[in-house]
Design a protein around this ligand. Structure first.
Ligand SMILES: *Cc1c(COP(=O)(O)O)cnc(C)c1O
Length: 374
């Protein structure tokens, strides 16, 4: 068998009957910026996430940055304020904080959940801390009673980097009662990058919140800072969601839950079949529902040799992420702290194919090949 890590053509093929007329509809509409397609997707996304407001934007990085800039416009954050963030996140989370003029404060993850270790957050708080940017890495919800209590105690905003977790469900209700990832904190950023669980055919993202003032600020900032035509209240950006992508996302959203359940079925095959002693599984608490954006294992030993053996057997794998943000060349000397857990995770993790189109036989094959790579 030959199993690519992710075949986007195969992933999107079942949607073509909906995608093609949606694209034609936009092409012949004469409306290529904003309009019904964008508004329609925004209200579907708000409904899906249990949020009052959703604002379509250009991509996930911009969504994160616009939330932070939005809070600055509202006077809730100022230059050099600190935002707590997991050290092992994708670099976009850190870039958003930094490019918004704020300071990322890196906190180590738990080696079990691979998410921020809530027990380490309080020690990282200073008088300048304004927010916790929680990242639902690999689709696992990073929200618990410890984080919630600390946010309440210190009056911190909770911002979700929900780029990876659309459709995941929390056990613990969020700050306004929703259980959906992206509905837990004060504001959430979504990415619809093609490889995400809800993927566009290009770049796309969104911000979701219940806060009317923040929603208004983000919408203005994403559109040159204008609240109405030729009236600019902020020095803004052009970060609008493309109507073509909005139409594609509306066509794909109804299939999201089905795809996420299929990912959970494939994960269950891996959980029950992989027995290789050099492989550590990161089983998810059976009560919580992850969308399995990635299925990540840890390999003790020679990871590259392990991956080559898999590749020889036709199984492609990936690594999320091999170099943590604090070790990237662009952040040389910027984060002088020590992050041994983050670095250990970066050395050990391997992501297995988990696309919803995989058959049981293909998933069984991946697991059986893994079991022979001793
Ligand atoms: C994908 C991703 C982003 C960035 O989203 P883009 O749409 O690619 O800009 C941010 N954070 C995390 C955790 C991501 O996985």
């Amino acid at each position: 068998m030959n199993i690519p890590f992710l075949d986007l053509g195969r992933l999107n093929a079942p949607y073509m009957d909906e995608i093609k007329p949606a694209l034609l509809r936009v092409a012949s509409s004469g409306r290529y910026i904003g309009g019904e397609e964008v508004a329609g997707f925004e209200s579907r996304l708000a409904g899906y996430t249990g949020r009052r407001y959703a604002i379509g934007v250009s991509n996930g990085l911009d969504a994160l940055r616009l939330i932070l800039e939005g809070y600055k416009c509202l006077g809730l954050m100022a230059d050099n304020d600190e935002v707590i963030v997991p050290a092992n996140t994708y670099i976009a989370t850190i870039l958003a904080i930094e490019t918004a003029g704020l300071r990322p404060v890196l906190v180590e993850p738990s080696p079990v959940t691979l998410n921020i270790d809530s027990g380490r957050i309080e020690a990282a708080i200073t008088p300048r801390t304004r927010a916790i940017m929680t990242v639902h890495l690999y689709g696992r919800v990073a929200w618990d009673t410890t984080m919630s209590a600390i946010a309440d105690k210190y009056g911190l905003l909770v911002i979700e980097d929900n780029a990876q977790a659309i459709g995941s469900v929390s056990q613990l209700p969020g700050r306004s009662g929703s259980l959906m990832a992206g509905g837990l904190g004060d504001a959430a950023a979504f990415s619809f990058y093609p490889t995400k669980n809800l993927g566009a055919l290009g770049d796309a993202g969104a911000v979701a919140t219940d806060d009317e003032d923040l929603a208004r600020a983000v919408r203005a900032l994403a559109n040159y800072g204008s609240d109405r035509r030729y009236h600019n209240i902020y020095r803004g950006y052009n970060c609008r969601l493309d109507p073509m992508q909005a139409a594609v996302l509306s066509a794909k959203l109804p299939g999201l839950d089905r795809n996420n359940s299929r990912r959970r079925e494939i994960a269950a095959i891996y959980d029950s079949t992989i027995t290789n002693p050099i492989v550590r599984l990161h089983r998810v608490d059976p009560q919580s529902l992850t969308n399995y954006h990635q299925y990540v294992i840890s390999v003790e030993g020679d990871r590259e040799a392990f991956r080559s053996r898999l590749a020889e057997a036709g199984v492609a794998t990936d690594i999320h992420y091999a170099v943590p943000p604090h070790l990237q060349p662009c952040y040389k000397d910027k984060f002088p702290g020590e992050y041994p857990l983050t670095e250990k995770i970066a050395r050990e993790v391997v992501s297995l194919p988990i696309a919803p189109y995989l058959t049981d036989d293909e998933a069984g094959y991946v697991a059986s090949v893994i079991n022979t790579c001793l």
